[in-house]
Design a protein around this ligand. Structure first.
Ligand SMILES: *Cc1c(COP(=O)(O)O)cnc(C)c1O
Length: 380
């Protein structure tokens, strides 16, 4: 059996996999970095050393004890972002579960039962657990697995009237992605974000920013919310934060820093020392202003190189999170052709989505862009 046959036989076929077996970093130019996870590219020396050193020292300990890497990581992340404290889980969905629980308990502690509704945006994506697909504002996700979790209301992105109407007395939080990732790389408008914060502040409604995809330098700021000049009460991060190891973090501002008390939430592997050791290397690199301005420069470079391509209708996104709208070609077909030519790209809705490693070299950018431009230039 080939690896593809074996996988299809023994692993549940819940993904539409492409016919490529990824063995090492040399096979492809990667403009997807494993859906934004390998933020420092493949096998960054410092990252590998930190991870291996910790694996040899102690691979895991329970959260009933203390460990050095998770304490150091938490301190660094709070210093960089200005948040008060964190909770560690293993994925983006888990980080969002924690945010949802925290928002509801914050409101319960202060106002009692009933004020539990969370407004999310249409076209959003917040994860695959039952609570987070319930939070996800896309009808396609609300099938098969009934009943879904109660208490989510979906508002139209960039529509302040709709949002204001839905912000009733039963609402405890508004949850949003500053740039909707899976929804097609759609940035929110500044005016709308301003209005969200204004309305929420008036009513003591929490803002939860899902920065699972946009965080950790992806958009050229450490957190995407810095582009908008706002600070959410709760921020969730995952994907690129640990450089390719599984982890998720929920960050709390002052208001929510004491909501989760002993016994109200937990995760066996959350704060795993090996994962945290990799994460510390990511934080040290990605938080540097020079590193972040390079991310912006590389994003601009891609836009400039693609600006002459007739097949491209528009490019959305920020930094190294880009969504390319095509005029006549199908994004999935482009993705398959790119793979055949040695380039990995992603799709989001009808767009070709690029999430290259933040450390990608101009040489690799040029090689990948040449492949992409050739494919987009082909006659259909
Ligand atoms: C990927 C993603 C998630 C889910 O993260 P997992 O690690 O797959 O659970 C949640 N929110 C956003 C915005 C994402 O992009």
């Amino acid at each position: 059996m080939t690896i593809i046959e074996k996988t299809d036989k023994y692993v549940m076929q819940s993904y539409g996999r492409l016919p490529a077996v990824i063995e090492n970093a040399e096979q492809y130019i990667d403009f997807g970095s494993g859906v934004g996870t390998n933020s420092l590219g493949y096998c960054d020396d410092d990252w590998v050393n930190a991870v291996c050193r910790q694996a040899k020292l102690m691979q895991h300990t329970s959260n009933y004890y203390y460990n050095t890497p998770s304490a150091d990581f938490a301190e660094k992340l709070c210093d960089i972002t200005g948040y008060t404290n964190v909770f560690f889980g293993n994925s983006g969905a888990e980080a969002n579960e924690c945010a949802i629980k925290t928002a509801r308990k914050y409101s319960f502690d202060k106002y009692g039962k009933g004020r539990h509704t969370i407004i999310t945006l249409k076209n959003s994506f917040h994860g695959r657990t039952l609570a987070t697909i319930s939070a996800t504002g896309q009808d396609d996700f609300h099938n098969y697995f009934f009943p879904f979790l109660d208490g989510f209301v979906y508002a139209e992105p960039n529509d302040t009237v709709d949002l204001a109407e839905k912000l009733g007395s039963h609402v405890c939080a508004v949850m949003l992605e500053y740039v909707q990732g899976e929804g097609g790389v759609c940035p929110l408008e500044q005016d709308f974000v301003d209005m969200v914060y204004m309305l929420c502040a008036e009513k003591d409604v929490l803002v939860i920013a899902d920065e699972v995809q946009t965080g950790a330098g992806r958009t050229g700021k450490f957190l995407c919310q810095e582009h908008f000049g706002h600070k959410a009460d709760i921020v969730t991060m995952a994907k690129g934060l640990f450089g390719g190891l599984p982890g998720g973090v929920c960050l709390f501002g002052e208001k929510c820093s004491e909501v989760l008390t002993a016994g109200t939430h937990g995760s066996t592997y959350g704060g795993n020392p090996v994962v945290m050791s990799g994460g510390i290397v990511v934080l040290d690199k990605v938080s540097q202003p020079e590193f972040l301005s390079e991310v912006i420069k590389k994003g601009d470079y891609i836009r400039e190189k693609l600006s002459a391509v007739n097949e491209i209708a528009s490019i959305d996104g920020k930094g190294l999170m880009l969504g390319i709208t095509l005029k006549s070609k199908n994004a999935k077909e482009v993705m398959k052709k790119a793979l055949d030519n040695g380039l990995l790209v992603l799709v989001a809705k009808e767009k070709v989505r690029l999430l290259p490693p933040l450390t990608i070299t101009y040489d690799d950018l040029d090689k990948g862009l040449e492949i992409l431009i050739n494919i987009l230039g082909e006659k259909t």
